[in-house]
Design a protein around this ligand. Sequence first.
Ligand SMILES: [Zn+2]
Length: 283
Amino acid sequence: MNDLAFPDVFMPAVRPPESSQGVALWCAFRGHQILVAEIGDTYCLPEWDQFQRSGLTAQHELYLGTLAQQPCYAVELADTVEAPTGMTFINLRPLLFHLSREMFGVAGRAYQLISWHQQHRFCGCCGTPMQQDDNERVKRCPACGLSCYPRISPAVIMLIYRGNEVLLSRSPHHPKGMMTVQAGFVEAGESLEEAVRREVWEEVGLGIKNLRYFGSQPWPFPNSLMIGFIAEYDSGELNVNTDELETGDWFAWDQLPAHIPPPMSIARSLIEWFVAKNRAEFD
Ligand SMILES: [Zn+2]
C-alpha cells in the first residue's frame, strides 16, 4: 500500500512496525481513565519516550495502527498505578475538548480495544483462554474455534423538523438541563431506517417522512457508532413517552434552548445544520 496516499487518516493494523517507538503515541488506561500529559490547561497523548520515562509498566500492549504515519498503541495499566509528574489520569469524555478529532478517535479506538481484550480473555462457549489472531483484529478459541471481533453497537440519532421548528428532548441520562435530538440503539434484525421510525414513534408518537442520511460518528461510551439522520414531521400529535424522556417539545430555529449538546458531537452538528438551513431561508 502507498503510505503517502492517506497522510492524515488513521490506518488500522495488527502488527507493529519494526522500529518506530521513538515517536509512537501511547493510549494508556487505568480502568476507565487515560493517561495524558499536562500542557498548561490542556492535555495531549504521551509519546513513547514520555511513557518510558514515567516508569509505568504495561500489563498488556496492543498495536492500533498509524495516524498520519505515527504508530499508536493501546496499553492496559494496573489499577493501582499513580500518574507520574506532569501527567494525570482523566476520563475519556472530557478529552473531546482537548484533542483533535483524529487524535480523539485514536484514544476512543484504544479504549474500546482494551475493553474488548479485557472482556474476551476466555471463550464464551467453552471457557478456554482465547488467542489473538496474528493477522486480524479477532480473538479465536483454540478448542472450539469461536471467533470474537471487537463489538460495535450501532445507534441512530435523528433530527426531526416541522417547518422552521425542530424537535428537542431530554432523557434522564442526559446532563441536567440539556435538550437534544432523538437517539436510540438499533435492535437485532432491524434496519437503520426502521430503527429511526421506531424510536421516533416510541419516544414521541410521531410519524416521519423524507428520511435521509446525515453522517456518522464513533462514540466510544462504551462501543457505539452513532449514525445520524434528518427527517421531516409527517403525522401525529407530539406525545412524549415519559418512560423514556423527561420532556420534549418543538423549538423554533432562532429560539433554541440555552443548553444544547457540545461541539464535536454529531447531535450538535445536526442542530447546526438545521440552524444554517433556516438562516439561509429566513434571513
Ligand atoms: Zn471455545
